[in-house]
Design a binder for this molecule. Structure first.
Ligand code: NAD
Length: 260
């Protein structure tokens, strides 16, 4: 059903984005891969998807911290494939500090990438989807789009913003076969989380296994990391006809974190 459609997956050279791109490629979806890797490295990643799954894939290293980068990414996809069918806003960064020490430039960068980029890609891609009368928009929010943790002011603010933006877009597109949803993971095993484990081990001066149990997975009743394949499978489901009535939702994949 998804075969031959085109997806942009932002931040798909690594982690969850790579997992979702892999799951979509397995369904025969052509891909616009994006990340901050240099063009030759990114092109090799895109080529990997093409070879393994027999789809077409291009790479753009558009910097999504900038409005022009977001617009350029969507335009590059449209120029190659025509209107975009599936837009997945996934690129994101994190910084952890008490609010009075939080570097303002880190606040600006996190809001720009984790929130504003979704607004810019959606507003650029939506006219093409509306013309086709079909589209699927998914944004990677977080459990931190639903509840807060200390020291993550910018991240929590941005992810709550993504959930709000998702609801507005869902309402504005409800009359067409277009849906817009947010996926809200707890901890997923990716390079972003591995780095947090290293940082926390240094900060608390305790070994990594204690950081995982006592710090990272402390708020998550299921003491396991979700795997990128699980998020990929959910993304494919949200793109399917079976999910045509799921829109404006913020779907937790958080091991019970937000059930408390
Ligand atoms: P990751 O660090 O593995 O990957 C981040 C991706 O974003 C990479 O492809 C990187 O190249 C790209 N990127 C970074 N800066 C960019 C920029 N300026 N322009 C374009 N691309 C850029 O991260 P991840 O853990 O896979 O996280 C992906 C998303 O999922 C993020 O939005 C994150 O907040 C969210 N999330 C992650 C977890 C988790 O536990 N890993 C939990 C909840 C939500």
């Amino acid at each position: 059903m998804l075969k031959g459609k085109t997806a942009i997956v932002t931040g798909s050279t690594s982690g969850i984005g790579h997992g979702m791109a892999t799951a979509l490629a397995a369904e025969g979806v052509n891909l616009v891969i994006n990340g901050i890797e240099p063009p030759d490295r990114g092109a090799a990643i895109a080529e990997g998807f093409a070879k393994t799954h027999g789809v077409e894939a291009i790479y753009s290293n558009a910097n999504l911290m900038e409005r022009e980068g977001c617009e350029a990414l969507v335009r590059a996809g449209e120029a190659r494939f025509g209107a975009i069918d599936i837009l997945i806003n996934n690129a994101g960064v994190q910084h952890v500090a008490p609010i009075e020490d939080f570097p303002p430039e880190k606040w600006d960068a996190i809001i720009a990438l984790n929130l504003c980029s979704s607004f810019h890609t959606i507003r650029t891609a939506l006219p093409g989807m509306k013309k086709k009368g079909w589209g699927r928009i998914i944004s990677l929010a977080s459990a931190h789009g639903l509840v807060a943790s200390p020291f993550k002011s910018a991240y929590v603010a941005a992810k709550h913003g993504v959930v709000g933006l998702t609801k507005v877009v869902a309402l504005e597109t409800a009359e067409l076969d277009i849906t817009c949803n947010a996926i809200c993971p707890g901890y997923v095993w990716t390079p972003l989380v591995e780095k947090q484990i290293d940082d926390q081990a240094r900060a608390h001066n305790i070994p990594k296994d204690r950081v995982i149990g006592e710090v990272i997975l402390a708020p998550q009743p299921k003491k396991r990391f979700a795997q990128v394949e699980e998020i990929g499978a959910l993304a494919v489901f949200l793109c399917s006809d079976a999910a045509a009535s799921i829109t404006g939702a913020a779907l937790p994949v958080d091991g019970g974190w937000t059930a408390r």
